[in-house]
Write a protein that binds this ligand. Structure first.
Ligand code: 13P
Ligand code: SF4
Length: 324
């Protein structure tokens, strides 16, 4: 690989990895770039991925919605999803003819574990005729049982597009609270939560504001309602990045999975990132070695049962149609 590419990647990660880490990572990064060409592959990385993956090997990056959109228009034969299982399933739903690889199938999500297709069927019996909007952080089977999906960046727009006074919104109760505060539609929700965002407390934010009186605090809507209320802005991972780009704060705390601050800090050298840290254990399962092996062997392919793939795809494509 050209030396200029190596120094470009190194510039982005130099503050984030030690010299021995870089020395071990570089041969893997080079090998992954070669394998991508051989396999006609593209690598999509979520904003929470390790900097060596995010800056080192990915071609396209973003939040869940933008990864879904980018997957939908990809013409690569192989898509490697550096993220968690529901993101790879979403990419497969939108590209059923292509090979979609997830390097470690244990990369799940506490929200996806919180609800099943049977639970949706039970809710439908309990509330007949009320549309079901499902967070994209769910299995393909749950998506298939729903009317439409949403992500944290389009949840309010999708709920309002249902044209109903009441909407069942599952499984994240905190995102449901965010939606409730931003719409007149009555929201019936579920008891799911993200183990990473539920760690944050308002006391953390109070302490930050006491130490840094001029700090801006921006939070993901998977945080508890109290934390959302204490923040200056609330949005999806990419919306938080856009907020920084627009407002150029001197100091900011992003109340979300903390790898993201590391990934975006190099874009905003004039901003100081200060924050409590909570890591997603599922996202951490994706490693350079795992990406290399997956690409080399074409292992970790996502398969979705024929009896659900059509309905699950409909719920995701409907979301893309409703999104601004
Ligand atoms: P975003 O859609 O905001 O990237 O969120 C995905 C996620 O899993 C956050 O925990
Ligand atoms: Fe799931 Fe939370 Fe990890 Fe996002 S941060 S993938 S919602 S467990």
């Amino acid at each position: 690989m050209a030396l200029s590419k190596k120094s470009e990647i190194f510039e982005r990660v130099r503050q984030l990895v030690t010299e021995p880490e870089w020395a071990l990572a570089w041969p893997l990064i080079e090998e992954i770039h070669e394998l991508k060409t051989q396999q006609n592959a593209v690598i999509l990385a979520h904003n929470y991925q390790h900097p060596l993956i995010f800056h080192g090997v990915s071609d396209l990056r973003g939040d869940s919605l933008s990864l879904a959109r980018q997957a939908a228009v990809s013409d690569a034969e192989v898509i490697v999803l550096c993220g968690v299982h529901f993101m790879a399933e979403t990419a497969k739903l939108l590209n059923p003819e292509r090979t979609v690889l997830l390097p470690d199938h244990d990369a799940g999500c506490s929200l996806a574990d919180a609800i099943t297709a049977d639970d949706i069927a039970m809710l439908r019996r309990q509330y007949p005729d009320v549309p079901v909007v499902t967070y994209v952080n769910t299995s393909a089977a749950v998506k298939a049982a729903s009317d439409v999906c949403c992500t944290s960046s389009n949840a309010v727009a999708v709920v309002e597009a249902m044209g109903s006074d009441q909407v069942i919104f599952v499984p994240d109760r905190h995102l449901a609270k965010f939606v409730t505060q931003n719409t007149d539609v009555e929201i019936l929700t579920w008891d799911g939560g993200c183990i990473v965002h539920e760690e944050f407390r308002t006391a953390d934010i109070d302490a930050l504001r006491a130490d840094y009186p001029d700090i801006d605090v921006i939070a993901h809507p998977e945080c508890t309602g109290d934390v959302q209320d204490s923040a200056d802005a609330v949005g999806s991972t990419s919306q938080l990045i856009d907020w920084i780009a627009e407002n150029r704060p001197e100091k900011v705390a992003m109340i979300t999975e903390c790898t993201m601050s590391d990934n975006v800090a190099s874009r905003f050298p004039e901003t100081r990132f200060i924050q409590p840290c909570s890591l997603c254990p599922y996202m951490r399962l994706i490693t350079l070695e795992g990406v290399r092996d997956s690409l080399r062997e074409l292992s970790g392919a996502i398969e979705i049962d024929d009896d659900i793939i059509g309905d699950a795809r409909r719920a995701v494509t409907r979301m893309l149609e409703f999104s601004p």
